[in-house]
Design a protein around this ligand. Structure first.
Ligand SMILES: C[S@@+](CC[C@H](N)C(=O)[O-])C[C@H]1O[C@@H](n2cnc3c(N)ncnc32)[C@H](O)[C@@H]1O
Length: 532
């Protein structure tokens, strides 16, 4: 559904030309009435275009849902660059989707979608919603005029429907379309490249109750339903609307200022800029993204964040040559590949989609899709582990499927172990861990969609003996144990090339033993990780 062509101007043009007669002048509205008319005209104009923008996005949403090939979530489509009136459009789409089962019944009963109107199906849904349940529409636009003439008939059909379903109100008919996450808190991450958590709190406290998250540094928790999309701190990049689980990923990787870090599947860039903040803007970040339109979103996020020293690679991460000298200093990789998104269906507003009530989680097409994704995820994780100087690799998904999570980790374990990686335990105090499908799965981290708003999965690999002689890596929190393992494994199976590094490590160990014990474990910006 395309937006109405602007050249046709549905609103009457202002009269130009002949000077007004005396009588005309006398009939002119007084200034206050004029202002009122102007603002009504502006509101009508804005509603007219919002309905068309909503219809265009709704078409994409419904086609994506019907074919199980959604290119993006409702939010991404609305908050992308093409929609102008984002807030009104988003509200209209959500409301139309919420009322869609009822709207479809009414429209079918009134036989409204004849050949002529079929092409404008989504605009018919949006406008019928507006006429019956939303704002009263003025007679502007062909679809609006057509439906306003049928308003009484539609209302009569609705009354019959309520009687038939034994419902007191329309809300009774819509129970299954309610938001299951209605009482979940709103998280925002402070961009410490621009401001401190304390100053962000001070600004937000003026209008909201704000507390710091108990686990993730620089993450703030606000009451459920807080809408900050238009807040100046969001517009200026001082804070980013990012969930708790999503904010745990870069914190688990815990790159140090000055490192070279690679974000393998980066857009829209929330974790990329979190890495930059953790690195205090020092070091180099390479952000790789396959899809061109998503590169634009990545650029926009980076621009808003003010993160320096960030280079974007538009291409396939699997095609990156790990042995290229450009990557010879990459010490940490964040891999957050495309996934089924089954852990964020509430966040994605899937409960509003027609397929939600029918349930398709276990249908053949979905199983096939998850298998395909898992094959890519395994390849990408193996590739990440193959970068010669990499010491820390974090793998994350927003999926609840074992196939995309524990099974992927299990399948790369032989390779990881041959490259001297072991699984570490990000956020050791976090209660929900990996499904027990292999020994060591308790080091993996899961968040639960019902308990924690989102269903995420995080795995952290740490190289026991870094191949680039960077003993500094081993000074991450809780690495004493890792160091001693490195000594043990070095006797048994450390490659010859590692012997010089072994000496360096012994040196590092003695340094840590003599001076490092003074350092508090887990202190600093990053989360605590343990290796076992
Ligand atoms: C889950 S999203 C990443 C979200 C991002 N980490 C964030 O927090 O904002 C996965 C991204 O990987 C991109 N992608 C998929 N396959 C890729 C590949 N082979 N190489 C690079 N990027 C890829 C997708 O286009 C998508 O933008």
């Amino acid at each position: 559904m395309a937006a109405a062509p602007r050249s046709r101007r549905p609103f009457p043009k202002k009269e130009n030309g002949n000077p007004k007669s005396k009588q005309q002048k006398q009939q002119q509205p007084q200034p206050a009435a004029k202002r009122q008319m102007r603002s009504r005209d502006a509101a009508e104009r804005s509603a007219y275009f919002a309905r068309r923008e909503a219809a265009a996005v709704l078409r994409k949403v419904l086609v994506g849902d019907a074919t199980r090939r959604a290119s993006a979530s409702i939010k991404s489509l609305v908050y992308g660059p093409t929609v102008r009136n984002k807030k009104a459009t988003f509200a209209l789409i959500c409301q139309t989707l919420k009322y869609l089962p009822v709207l479809k019944e009414l429209i079918a009963a009134s036989n409204l979608l004849s050949n002529k109107w079929k092409k404008q199906e989504e605009l018919i849904y949006v406008t019928t919603y507006d006429i019956l349940f939303g704002q009263e529409v003025a007679m502007t636009g062909t679809v609006e005029k057509f439906l306003m003439n049928l308003k009484d008939a539609l209302q009569a059909t609705l009354a019959k429907l309520l009687v038939r379903e034994n419902a007191k109100s329309v809300e009774d008919l819509l129970r299954h379309n309610q938001n299951p996450a209605v009482n979940k808190p709103r998280y925002i991450r402070v961009n410490t490249l621009k401001m401190s958590a304390e100053s962000a709190m001070q600004e937000l406290e003026a209008v909201n109750t704000v507390v710091k998250d108990d686990i993730v540094p620089d993450l703030l928790v606000l009451p459920s339903g807080t809408d900050l999309h238009d807040h100046p701190l969001v517009a200026s990049g001082g804070v980013f609307l990012q969930g708790k689980a999503s904010s745990m990923v870069a914190a688990a990787l815990c790159p140090k200022p000055g490192w070279d870090v690679l974000d393998a599947c980066a857009a829209p860039g929330n974790k990329t800029i979190h890495l930059a903040a953790l690195m205090e803007g020092k070091g180099n970040i390479i952000a790789c993204e396959l899809h061109k339109e998503r590169v634009m979103r990545l650029e926009d996020t980076i621009r808003r964040s003010g993160a320096p020293r960030l280079s974007i690679v538009h291409g396939d991460f699997l095609d990156m040559n790990a042995t290229d000298s450009k990557f010879s200093k990459v010490r940490a990789i964040l891999l957050d590949p495309s996934c089924s998104g089954s852990g964020i269906t509430t966040e994605r507003l899937d409960y509003l989609l027609p397929s939600y009530s029918t349930g398709h989680e276990n249908d053949a097409a979905n199983t096939q899709r998850v298998e395909k994704l898992a094959a890519f995820q395994t390849k990408a994780l193996s590739h990440a582990l193959s970068f010669p100087a990499v010491e820390r690799v974090v793998y994350s998904t927003c999926s609840i499927h074992r196939a995309e999570n524990e099974d992927v980790i299990k399948s790369v374990l032989p390779l990881a172990s041959s490259l001297n990686f072991e699984l570490a335990t990000p956020f050791p105090k976090w209660p929900r861990r990996g499904l027990p499908v292999f020994e060591g799965a308790e080091r993996l981290l899961r968040t639960d969609p019902a308990e924690d708003t989102e269903g995420f999965f995080i795995a952290l690999f740490v190289r026991k003996c870094p191949t680039n002689g960077n003993a500094e890596t081993l000074q991450q929190p809780d690495t004493e144990r890792s160091l001693s393992m490195c000594r043990r494994t070095s006797k048994r199976r450390m490659p010859l090339t590692c012997t010089f590094k072994k000496m360096l490590l012994y040196h590092a160990i003695s340094q840590i033993r003599t001076s490092g014990k003074r350092k508090e474990k887990g202190k600093g910006a990053c989360s605590k990780t343990t290796t076992t």
